[in-house]
Design a protein around this ligand. Structure first.
Ligand code: BV8
Ligand code: ZN
Length: 249
């Protein structure tokens, strides 16, 4: 898969680059995506598990699903795509990383001020009074931690379907989409809103839109550049070509 020189020309001159990542960026760290055929949701119905109703109707099942995913995330390591995005941060005068992922692999790779649109799977809080929970989570089978303050059920601090995204996160992300010169949509099927509106906002605001994804998505026909490869292959290649162009390699 070749990276077009024209894209490197644009990146060499770019002042402000924004990136939106999805589950595809963590695929090469061994974390299943949501919609790929062998994805997480192939086995479960997302509306059932990643939603308030799902939790209310079967808190035990939802809690265990997140405990299982936490185990996978804790064992996972950032991959070359995550590390390339740490390099992106140093290669452009202004850079914003927006993620839909809840695994914190961007932070573990060394990215700073990551905008987490869908919360994170590491933290927990009380379903009832929202108090952050730092207590024991590894309880015997069938038990869910309870809030020491109000006795409510403890839940993972992700954003579920039907829940508002953190207002400051989505606002900062929209501002980045409006102000950037180049917007990358990487490893996302661009189906979940309002995150999926960001590439369109960027394009409408005059940004060059780049999609990095081995498969086509509903966004592909809007992209100025479609890099049909994985993030772990495509992103390091872009970094290498840009560094050579800037005489850094
Ligand atoms: C909101 C956190 C409104 C939890 C997630 C009906 C009922 C309820 C809601 C709705 C509805 N219809 C529409 C909605 C709105 C809904 C929505 O958009 N639904 C979609 C499905 C139509 N949105 C919401 O509910 C949002 N909230 O709208 O609130 C509101 C308003 C007022 C008052 C109250 C509320 C909340 C959305 C957040 C949901 N939480 N996750 C958890 O993780 O468990 S969403 C979940 O999907 C993940 O966060 C994930 O990141 C996200 C998007 O998926 P992707 O990251 O794109 O992953 P996917 O598998 O889809 O794609 C992977 C891509 O990677 C593929 O394209 C593949 O080709 C590519 N790939 C594979 N390998 C690689 C690769 N790319 C690169 N390299 C590789 N190696
Ligand atoms: Zn509580």
């Amino acid at each position: 898969m070749e990276i077009p020189e024209r894209l490197i020309d644009i990146l060499e001159k770019a002042n402000y680059v924004a990136v939106l990542t999805g589950a595809g960026v963590s695929a090469e760290s061994g974390i299943k995506t949501f919609r790929d055929p062998d994805g997480l949701w192939a086995k479960f119905n997302p509306m059932e598990l990643a939603s308030i109703d799902g939790f209310m109707s079967n808190p035990q099942r939802v809690w265990e699903w997140y405990q299982y995913r936490r185990e996978v995330v804790n064992k996972a390591q950032p991959n070359a795509g995550h590390y390339a995005l740490v390099e992106f941060e140093k290669l452009f005068p202004q850079f914003t990383l927006i993620t839909q992922n809840v695994d914190r692999l961007h932070q573990r790779a060394g990215s700073t001020n990551v905008i987490e649109l869908h919360g994170n799977i590491i933290d927990n809080h009380c379903f009832n009074c929202k108090e952050p929970y730092y207590g024991e989570t590894d309880l015997p089978e069938g038990q869910i931690p309870r809030c020491p303050k109000c006795g409510g059920l403890i839940r993972p601090s992700v954003v579920w379907f039907g829940e508002m995204l953190p207002p400051d996160a989505i606002q900062q992300a929209e501002e980045a989409a409006m102000d950037c010169d180049v917007f990358f949509s990487i490893g996302t099927s661009a189906e979940v809103y309002p995150a999926a509106s960001l590439p369109y906002i960027a394009k409408r605001s005059g940004a060059v839109l780049v999609e990095v994804n081995p498969n086509p998505t509903s966004l592909s026909s809007f992209a100025d550049f479609k890099i049909s490869t994985t993030s772990a292959v495509g992103l390091p290649k872009i970094v290498e070509m840009l560094k050579k162009r800037k005489g850094l390699l």
